[in-house]
Design a binder for this molecule. Structure first.
Ligand SMILES: Cc1cc2nc3c(=O)[nH]c(=O)nc-3n(C[C@H](O)[C@H](O)[C@H](O)COP(=O)(O)OP(=O)(O)OC[C@H]3O[C@@H](n4cnc5c(N)ncnc54)[C@H](O)[C@@H]3O)c2cc1C
Length: 479
């Protein structure tokens, strides 16, 4: 790799073909992009979705459970399209679990990555969304603070796609950044949560694992978990283990293992004996930089052998476990966040704040894998907090919306809103807002928020009354 100062060459101007034209274009087919496209297409608009990979689902395909459906008081606080998606996964492919309560994560919904890819694509296709895979967003076409469309790069070369409204669901705010929307990265020092290369083991006796935690005598608990009482594991056969700090420290000391994580994190899969491991950690990676991403993939992969050695030799139930696969890509927790019409803060989350322009309700705690060390910060608010529409509306560009982990929020608030049920809920709101914008011929920032909230309720979205109860039960029954 050259360390010399960058050289530049002039790229000649050229004409590129317009390959498609839509009412609404969604960039990125992860949890937020999927629901954004479905909502935007619900009454017949022409909707396109471009995705750089060969499948939709984003991080929902890397072995993670969906967190965020259940709130801190145990009730379900994400409904609407995300719920319909999970129900269809479960009904048609046995591809999702119930929303299972968890003392640390509030709610866990296990999903099968291959089923996610299939069902999400089926739903998009049935809704008439024009999905284009292998197509990378390469630049925004902006005139007078209006985005006219995007430039894409693919095997077909460089083409333009035009749209009346664009929804940026890239996770990295790629479109917003390219369009000149101000963005931020990381905490006050610029540190971003580290990524993880997820991997999968089979042959695990998950009952032996959970019962070893549940049945250890209280006075001599060897397999201590963080925030999750041991008794929980006696009753739940699908679970996440977080902790076992002493055990891992022992393994590191005895075997000289290099594991840059303080905590053991094991997620049961839907298939018997299968678990996903969320323990590699590559500090200092910038998910918007190809060289840094490559380094992250290399380091993440190099960490796997020591983690497997630890699990197989120290953790109950792993005696016959064997490695099967890595996730299809390095999981990126944090990159850019836009500056929008409102910036959500830690104070908003911890005060369980109500907003007049709420388009979704969330409850996942602030959960920050700290950028500079091997630990994690977790803070619960005790109930739910609203996501305001204004945090999906960027500064500067009138006809652009952003949904998913890169909305307008501080590093701390992003640590809470980043989970996938919440991202799906934001996507649904952005898609519906884009639809209202196109139908009413008004910029997304100018639409009638009450109309958006009314349509959200009609479609079964969970919103709160000022007293905290669920809003619009009659509409919900009809939806
Ligand atoms: C290791 C790890 C563990 C996590 N654990 C959990 C968990 O247990 N449960 C949970 O709910 N959440 C978890 N999260 C958080 C959650 O996965 C993400 O915050 C969430 O998926 C973000 O959704 P999104 O739609 O914004 O982006 P993504 O899921 O990242 O989807 C973005 C999509 O856009 C596409 N894309 C990106 N750039 C371009 C481009 N330029 N052109 C075309 N397409 C593009 C990508 O290919 C991708 O499909 C975890 C995250 C990580 C990394």
């Amino acid at each position: 790799m050259s360390t010399a100062s960058p050289r530049f060459i002039q790229e000649p101007a050229r004409s590129i073909p317009v390959s498609a034209e839509y009412d609404v274009l969604v960039v990125g087919g992860g949890p937020s992009g999927l629901t954004a496209a479905l909502a935007a297409a619900e009454d017949g608009l022409r909707v396109g979705l471009i995705e750089s990979r060969s499948f939709v689902g984003g991080n929902m395909t890397i072995g993670l459970p969906v967190l965020g459906f259940l709130g801190q008081k145990g009730n379900q606080i994400i409904d609407g399209l995300p719920q319909k998606f999970i129900e269809r996964l479960r009904r048609e492919r046995q591809g999702a679990s119930e929303h299972r309560p968890c003392p640390l994560h509030m709610g866990i919904t296990l999903v099968e990555p291959e089923a996610v890819k299939t069902v999400a694509l089926e739903m998009l296709t049935e809704a008439g969304v024009d999905v284009l895979f292998y197509t990378f967003f390469a630049g925004a076409l902006v005139e007078n603070d209006t985005i006219r469309g995007v430039i894409t790069e693919s095997k077909s070369g460089r083409t333009a796609i035009l749209a009346k409204v664009v929804i940026d669901c890239s996770g990295d705010a790629d479109v917003a950044y390219s369009a000149g929307v101000p963005t931020e990265k990381g905490n006050a020092e610029g540190g971003m949560q580290p990524p993880t290369l997820m991997f999968c083991l089979a042959g695990v006796d998950t009952d032996a694992l959970r019962l070893s935690i549940a049945n250890a005598p209280p006075a001599a608990r060897t397999y201590l978990t963080d925030f999750i009482p041991a008794e929980y594991f006696g009753q739940n056969h699908q679970f996440i283990v977080v902790g076992m700090r002493e055990l891992m420290a022992k393994a590191k000391a005895e075997r000289g293992l290099q594991i840059p994580n303080e905590r053991t994190i094991i997620i049961t899969g839907l298939k018997k004996g299968e678990v996903w491991i969320n323990m590699t950690r590559v500090k200092g990676t910038d998910g918007t930089d190809a060289r840094s991403l490559t380094k992250g993939e290399i380091e993440g992969r190099a960490q796997i052998d020591d983690i497997v050695t630890y699990l197989v030799n120290y953790v109950p139930g792993f005696e016959k476990a064997y490695f099967t696969k890595t996730a299809p890509f390095l999981g990126i927790r944090e990159t850019r966040r836009i500056l929008g019409q409102y910036v959500m803060t830690q104070e908003d989350v911890l005060a369980c704040k109500h907003f007049d322009d709420a388009i979704a309700v969330a409850s996942y705690p602030i959960d920050i894998h700290r950028p500079a060390d091997d630990g994690c910060t977790l803070i619960w608010c005790g109930d739910c907090y609203d996501i305001p529409y204004r945090s999906l509306v960027p500064q500067k560009i009138g006809n652009l919306l952003v949904a998913g982990r890169s909305i307008s929020a501080t590093h701390e608030a992003m640590g809470a809103i980043r989970v996938m049920a919440t991202c799906m809920a934001m996507g649904e709101a952005a898609g519906r807002a884009a639809k209202i914008s196109v139908r009413g011929n008004r910029a997304p920032a100018e639409i009638d928020i009450e109309e958006l909230r009314r349509q959200q309720l009609e479609h079964g979205v969970y919103l709160r009354n000022p007293d905290g109860t669920r809003a619009g039960p009659s509409n919900r029954a009809a939806a």
